[in-house]
Design a binder for this molecule. Structure first.
Ligand SMILES: Nc1ncnc2c1ncn2[C@@H]1O[C@H](COP(=O)(O)OP(=O)(O)OP(=O)(O)O)[C@@H](O)[C@H]1O
Length: 769
């Protein structure tokens, strides 16, 4: 309120009554004075005059009165109060102005307008001028040669260095010649100009003479025309010069503006918001070089700053690779790959990525780091269902087919060949160990020749759907279950040994062929699968001979069985797949983890665990399952090993596996059951029958010496359909018995099996037991 404003509102508290008029006015408001003090106010001079003239006849009266507060009264009468009021009002106005200015300045539209103006009026032309200057210096000076020489020197490429040096020398010589030409040129130019002028004048005079003689014009007509043309040109330039200069300037500025606009070096401050978001996704050479420069590796920074191309020479072209980009960084001398790989997080964040979105590996080229960087947020998107689920016609063949396990980081399908591969999957709890192992086993189930022996040492039903197709399914976490799993492996060892003995290496020189590995065949693939294998290694139980089931001594039964299978099982189609938590030396002995052809790790806690899971070579080459985000990267595996289809020089790959849940697994198993020909009975250990050759031969000899050919025939009669006895010729009988230390010699020119030697071999075997 202005101090001179009147407040007529009746609800104002009447603390003070102010009245204009003479002293006697007090009487007339005496009632009010009982409630509040009455202050007379000085009237305005004109009011006063009129009052005075009116009062000539009668006594002064109250002209006007109102009830005001004490503060209002002070505002009307006290200068100090008025000043304070005024200052308070100024402060209020200043605060309002500041607030409004701040809002206006910080408003999105203002910011974007200022950026737009700054960018177009200032930044683009300036950058363009810089680019133009650089180009000019490149074409007219030796800076390009020097830059290239420095780059070659930093890269340690001496051939290139010498080449650029030679070019530089040649260019300098050319430039010197040009400069000398300039020194000589004024005199030559003057001479040339004089000659041209004289020639032109003579020409024009001759022309004028011809015209004059022909009566077509004056003698000096041509010369006058030329002089007029020159005069017109001068007049034109003088009259329209300003316009010409403006036009040319506008053209130059537009050209510079365009150069700056396309230079990609616009400071962040002036970039439009939309382009800034785009940069979150697009990785450009300048972003990479800046990210490298800011890694706080002083040698790298120095070298980059010394390169006049800003370090771009270090980078290979940035290629699109799946849901991200890939490029190589050829580091300058003095910086090693490990230094850069150690700064992965900083490097990723400098490029506007999360750490888990950037993978650094070491390609075969020396001093080079290969970078794969995902597009922002791409790795957090699900990869879609497995073809095993979506394609009901999909079948499997272990010999020729490959499992669609998931996708690599480039978005390419990862197809794993599993024939004769031991496998190991490790990971922290609840990261998808069982699911990733199961996805492979489900594919195997679709191949009717594969015999699955499964021990689930957690036993909450993750593997129960395999019941109709598995030869054996052990489910449970107790020591007894671990003992069962151990015995399952030991059975595998026996079967492996039987196969090794029975395999005819002369006939099958390229390993076990498909014909021997058909469903029910003597070498049908056997997969012994132990999930939560750490339980079996940690099993404290001992057998009657006091041999431990767990542990990793030469007497530890699980450990020894696993080792034997790792050592020899592959060749005869007996393989071991294990899933285990947190690898340590106790729950995953070194010898066992190194026996796997395919080693896969989900998120792990530490680098040392990664080394255990994947091996030093893979981790040194950039495999980093410990960098996966526990809980967020479920089902993402870092895979290495000789059974993995890795690109040349790459020690590992990251696979995002398809997740097949319990219900979908049941659907796949139902298809497997149909394929396997209604093989649905209750699973039980149906170990292939292994006959005792010595005992059988003793039986068919019936105490006498028998011709080897007849022994073969009698064995076939004894065990019809038993594959190893099929087609046993005299020579084959000799070979088979030779392996069990029964020599078969000629008797009367015929190969004969002697009863005495068979009996002795049986006795010897008993003794050895
Ligand atoms: N490929 C995947 N994609 C997405 N989620 C997955 C994937 N694999 C597993 N998961 C999720 O992780 C959960 C745990 O999976 P799983 O039981 O296989 O883990 P685990 O490592 O075997 O656990 P445990 O600690 O019991 O051994 C699943 O229920 C599922 O929700």
């Amino acid at each position: 309120m202005n101090p001179t404003d009147h407040n007529d509102r009746p609800e104002s508290t009447p603390e003070t009554v102010a009245a204009t008029g003479s002293e006697s006015a007090r009487e007339s408001v005496s009632t009010a004075s009982e409630l509040a003090t009455v202050h007379p106010l000085r009237t305005c001079p004109d009011q006063h005059e009129s009052t005075t003239s009116a009062g000539d006849e009668s006594a002064p009266q109250v002209v006007e009165g109102r009830i005001i507060s004490e503060y209002e009264y002070r505002l009307l009468t006290d200068q100090k109060a008025q000043r304070e009021w005024r200052y308070a009002d100024y402060r209020k106005q200043a605060a309002w102005l500041a607030r409004t200015t701040r809002t206006a300045v910080a408003h999105d539209r203002t910011v974007s307008t200022l950026k737009f103006v700054g960018r177009n009026a200032l930044v683009y032309p300036t950058l363009g001028a810089g680019v133009a200057l650089k180009r000019w210096r490149d074409t007219h000076g030796s800076s390009r040669y020097e830059r290239m020489m420095r780059a070659a020197e930093l890269a340690g490429d001496h051939d290139k260095l010498a080449d650029w040096e030679a070019r530089d020398v040649a260019e300098k010589a050319r430039r010197h010649d040009r400069a000398m030409d300039w020194i000589r040129s004024p005199w030559q130019l003057a001479k040339a100009a004089g000659a041209v002028t004289v020639c032109a004048a003579v020409l024009l005079l001759v022309l004028g003479l011809i015209l004059w003689v022909g009566g077509k014009g004056e003698f000096l007509g041509p010369i006058t025309a030329v002089v007029d043309a020159i005069a017109f040109a001068v007049w034109f330039v003088i009259t329209y010069g300003a316009l010409l200069v403006t036009g040319v300037t506008a053209g130059v500025v537009t050209w510079l503006w365009n150069l700056g606009r396309t230079s990609q070096a616009v400071p962040d401050l002036f970039r439009p918001a939309s382009q800034r978001n785009l940069d979150d996704v697009v990785i450009t050479p300048s972003i990479v070089v800046t990210a490298l420069r800011d890694l706080r590796i002083s040698e790298l920074r120095k070298k980059i700053e010394a390169m006049e191309d800003g370090g771009a020479a270090m980078l290979s072209p940035i290629r699109l690779a799946g849901c991200g980009v890939e490029f190589d960084i050829h580091l300058p001398s003095g910086v090693d790959t490990e230094e850069v790989k150690r700064k992965r997080r900083k490097f990723a964040e400098n490029m506007g990525r999360h750490e888990h979105e950037v993978f650094l590996t070491t390609p075969p080229a020396p001093r080079t780091v290969r970078v794969w960087a995902a597009d922002s947020g791409e790795l957090d998107k699900p990869i879609g269902p497995s073809p095993l689920v979506t394609d009901p016609t999909l079948t499997a063949d272990l010999y020729t087919g490959r499992v669609p396990w998931g996708m690599d980081l480039r978005g390419d399908a990862v197809l794993m060949a599993l024939l004769q591969c031991h496998l190991l999957v490790t990971g922290l709890s609840k990261q998808g160990k069982t699911a990733s192992l199961r996805a492979l086993a489900l594919w195997l189930a679709l191949d009717p020749s594969v015999q699955l022996y499964i021990a689930d040492l957690k036993g909450i039903g993750d593997w129960r759907m395999f019941k109709p197709v598995a030869e054996e399914l052990i489910e449970g976490p107790t020591d007894a279950h671990c003992i069962q799993a151990t015995e399952m492996l030991e059975w595998g060892v026996k079967e492996m040994e039987r196969r090794l003995m029975a395999f005819d290496g002369d006939k099958y020189r390229n390993g076990v062929p498909r014909e021997l590995a058909k469903p029910g065949g003597p070498f049908a693939p056997i997969v012994l699968l132990v999930d939560e294998a750490q339980q079996a290694f940690m099993n404290p139980a001992k057998d009657e001979q006091n041999n431990p089931y767990g542990g990793q001594t030469s007497k530890s039964r699980y450990f020894m069985a696993a080792r034997k299978i790792h050592n020899q099982g592959r060749a005869v189609n007996v393989v071991l797949w294990q899933g285990t938590q947190d690898p340590t030396n106790d729950n995953l002995p070194k010898l066992v983890r190194e026996g796997a052809h395919i080693r896969a790790a989900l998120a792990l806690g530490t680098e040392s665990q990664s080394r255990m899971a994947l091996g030093d070579k893979a981790v040194d080459g950039g495999a980093a399952p410990h960098e996966l985000r526990s809980g967020l990267d479920k089902g993402t595996l870092v895979v290495s090993g000789e059974g993995v289809p890795l690109p040349p020089g790459q020690p590992s790959m990251t696979v995002r596996t398809h997740f097949i849940d319990g219900d979908d697994s049941v659907t796949v198993i139902n298809r497997a059951v149909a394929i396997r020909g209604a093989k649905t009975g209750k699973p039980q250990v149906e170990a292939p029958i292994v006959r005792d050759l010595l005992a059988d031969v003793a039986e068919v000899l019936a105490g006498g010496d028998v011709k080897a050919t007849d022994v073969g025939a009698r064995l076939r009669e004894l065990a019809p359909g038993y594959q190893p006895y099929a087609g046993l010729s005299a020579e084959k009988v000799r070979e088979a018995l030779d392996k069990v230390r029964v020599p078969v010699r000629f008797k009367d020119g015929v190969l004969t099996v002697r009863n005495r030697q068979v009996v002795e071999a049986l006795a010897q075997r008993e003794l050895e037991k």
